[in-house]
Design a protein around this ligand. Structure first.
Ligand SMILES: Cc1cc2nc3c(=O)[nH]c(=O)nc-3n(C[C@H](O)[C@H](O)[C@H](O)COP(=O)(O)OP(=O)(O)OC[C@H]3O[C@@H](n4cnc5c(N)ncnc54)[C@H](O)[C@@H]3O)c2cc1C
Length: 346
């Protein structure tokens, strides 16, 4: 039986960043379990047109080594390639096609505490670090019962297959704006369903300026509140779709009561038929099996499950502050966690 000191679940930005930091600290006794066949698969599976919203240098996963220029919106696929390049440093410290389906405390082993189960194998370790991110858990609202006419943003690749079709986009944030732009360019009849008023971010130039100075702005805000939260009310980016709303080319509906295949009934009892319904309803943290749910802002030392010593999280909202789920936070948190794990010497 092989026993590891650390099992890292997930080979995305968080898992890779932690592995690189452990190696830099001289720690070799770990393995990453990744459910797909490449590093950074979440970003590889994203829609063809998607770029990261955070610009350029914020997106690296190590302090040193920024391959992106200062005002460059990195395409998701390029970001995935950037992550895949770390394979040469991680070498055989990752096993692919190993989806973790069960976590248990071991009862009969002398030293290992945890059993991590995939379909074919059981891994023993003293610690587990859960780095599964958000992309594996799309949020599907309750009114979606029949999936035939409905897809989630995560399964949208590009608008070509929807050309000239009547499409309902559900949601009003960043990804809704990105998809609406593409659908309009593909001459679709675009409708949107939203619970509340659609708000737009500032225009492209102001956005670029804000993104350019993002780091000092955030550092300044964190000086006053180190656990700073940001409002969940993320706006649609003006440069994507605002002009289509200004010219009334997008039909706006209220919230949905039910969807019966292609027929959608809205809360105001109006019904309409659509060729496709695209959910841009976001993602949720991917939870570990059999581990009780926690508030990520209440973890022990920002990382450890309060009732499960040796079970850690990395890459989730508010572990330190709002940056913890973004690449610029993950990069910093991974360094702190690696040092914490080494100094604990569990
Ligand atoms: C739509 C969207 C856009 C975003 N845009 C940005 C942005 O522009 N900039 C930014 O900084 N942040 C952005 N984020 C936040 C994003 O979550 C982080 O940037 C980053 O990708 C998180 O890295 P991660 O390693 O935590 O998750 P991921 O990159 O998703 O990696 C998780 C890995 O875990 C694997 N996995 C999942 N479940 C299992 C399992 N059971 N067993 C084994 N492996 C498993 C997955 O295959 C994946 O490889 C965005 C998030 C979303 C949802």
């Amino acid at each position: 039986m092989t026993e590891y000191k650390y099992i890292i679940v997930g080979g995305g930005a968080a898992g890779i960043s932690l592995a690189l930091n452990l190696l830099a600290e001289g720690e070799n006794d770990f393995i990453i379990l990744e459910k797909s066949s490449i590093l950074g698969s979440s970003w590889d599976n994203m829609p063809d047109h998607l770029t990261l919203i955070s610009s350029d240098h914020h997106n690296r996963i190590l302090e040193e080594n920024s391959p992106f220029s200062k005002l460059y919106r990195v395409p998701a696929k390029d970001f995935s390639k950037y992550l895949q390049e770390f394979q040469s440093q991680i070498k055989d410290k990752i096993l692919f096609n190993q989806k973790v389906i069960g976590i248990e405390r071991s009862t009969n082993s002398e030293s290992s505490k945890w059993l991590t189960k995939t379909k074919e194998r059981t891994f023993h370790s003293q610690n587990i670090i859960w780095c599964t991110g958000y992309f594996s858990t799309p949020y599907i609202p309750k009114f979606v019962v029949n999936n035939e006419s409905t897809i989630h943003f995560k399964d949208f690749k590009n608008a070509l297959e929807f050309r000239q079709k009547k499409i309902l986009v559900v949601g009003k944030r960043l990804s809704a704006g990105q998809i609406i732009k593409e659908l309009m360019e593909a001459q679709c009849n675009v409708h949107i369903s939203t619970r509340s008023e659609i708000k737009f971010s500032p225009n492209k130039w102001i956005m670029n300026l804000l993104l350019y100075f993002l780091d000092p702005i955030e550092k300044f805000l964190l000086l006053f509140n180190k656990n700073l939260r940001v409002k969940e009310d993320i706006k649609m980016e003006a440069s994507f779709a605002k002009k289509y709303f200004d010219e009334d080319s997008v039909t706006i509906h209220g919230d949905i009561l039910e969807i019966d295949n292609h027929d959608v009934t809205f809360l105001n009892q109006e019904s309409e038929r659509f060729d496709k319904i695209i959910l841009t309803t976001g993602f949720r943290p991917t939870p570990p099996p059999n581990i009780s749910k926690v508030d990520f802002s209440q973890l022990k030392n920002h990382f450890e499950h309060p009732e499960n010593p040796g079970f850690y999280f990395l890459g989730f909202e508010q572990q330190f502050n709002f940056r913890s789920r973004f690449l610029r936070g993950i990069r910093k948190d991974a360094k702190v966690l690696a040092k914490h794990l080494i100094s604990s010497r569990k």
